[in-house]
Write a protein that binds this ligand. Structure first.
Ligand code: SAM
Length: 292
């Protein structure tokens, strides 16, 4: 099999179809076989696995996945790539390509149809312009997913794996930490892609927990607190949370809750762990209930 994951073959395929990478779809094709090997081995795929690939492009990563997995379902938004994929993946009988926007497709339905509702593994070199919506859809959409191994912008990878007190710690770190254990796999330079992205990249693996990492009475309320805290990073928690009417709390209530938790009443969100946000959320909700 002639692998696509190198510069010469990628240019040849694009030239054959008179195509060039589309910026609006975040197309940066992988041309580095070490990186492709690294992604597939980190994802720990066996022939018992069904893999969902997001954005197969011309099929470079798909080839590796098809060789390691029992089945691959690849969702690609760009319809002009569909005939290209039919050509480049013609040797594989275990790959299904779906021409859809991954943000609109019913992933639970895919898991039902292609894997008898057993958990799947997601593997992708993601389009960077929609990284966070894709990750949140995978976590919140309710489809059975065992792990997510993805190439993302290096800065986003850092935000996913960082803990409290770090400058990259924020709502994405907390959302990821609620649903999964995040593992940094490798850094990838721009030279591993055609065209080269303007930023560094990294592969991360998110191993989904069977239950969320913390117990909280109202997960939506907690995430609203988290979003609000980091939207106004430089403000104290009592200022930022009391400024958001949807949280229905006063500055005093927030200060009291923090003191009750043994935290400085002037604290900012960046020092709180996920457990502390969960506790803060429960306390604020119950103090709310007493007033209303
Ligand atoms: N997997 C290929 C590789 O590694 O060479 C291509 C990766 S490229 C960074 C991202 C791919 O995602 C492109 O093929 C792009 O067309 C596709 N894509 C962009 N937005 C998408 C969406 N909303 N749904 C599905 N695929 C999308």
């Amino acid at each position: 099999m002639a692998y696509l994951g190198n510069s010469a073959r990628t240019k040849e395929v694009l030239a054959k179809y008179g195509m060039s990478a589309k910026k609006k779809f975040g197309q940066n094709f992988l041309i580095d076989s070490n990186v492709l090997d690294g992604i597939v081995s980190a994802a720990n795929i066996t022939d018992n696995d069904c893999v969902l690939e997001i954005g197969p492009g011309i099929g470079s990563l798909t080839q590796y996945l098809a060789e390691a997995a029992g089945r691959v379902v690849a969702v690609e938004i760009d319809k002009t790539l569909i005939p290209v994929l039919a050509d480049t993946l013609s040797e594989y009988t275990n790959v299904t390509v779906i021409n859809e926007d991954v943000l609109k497709v019913d992933i639970a339905e895919i898991v039902k149809e292609y894997n008898d509702n057993k958990p799947i593994k997601v593997v992708a070199n993601l389009p960077y312009y929609i990284t966070t919506p894709i990750i949140m859809k995978l976590f919140e959409g309710g489809a059975p997913i065992e792990s997510i191994t993805v190439m993302v912008q290096k800065e986003v990878a850092d935000r996913m794996v960082m803990g409290p007190g770090n400058k990259d710690y924020g709502s994405l770190s907390l959302a990821v930490g609620y649903y999964a254990e995040a593992e940094a796999v490798m850094d990838v330079p721009p030279s591993s892609f055609i065209p080269q992205p303007g930023v560094g990249s990294a592969v991360v693996k998110l191993n989904r927990f069977s239950e969320p990492a913390v117990k909280v009475n109202d997960e939506k309320y907690m995430f609203e607190i988290i979003r609000t805290s980091f939207n106004q990073r430089r403000k104290t928690l009592s200022n930022s949370l009391s400024n958001n009417p949807s949280l229905r709390v006063s500055r005093q209530q927030v200060q009291d809750a923090l003191v009750k938790m043994g935290i400085d009443e002037k604290a900012r969100g960046e020092i709180l762990s996920l457990e502390q946000f969960a506790r803060l959320s429960d306390i604020l909700q119950s103090s709310n209930a007493m007033i209303n």
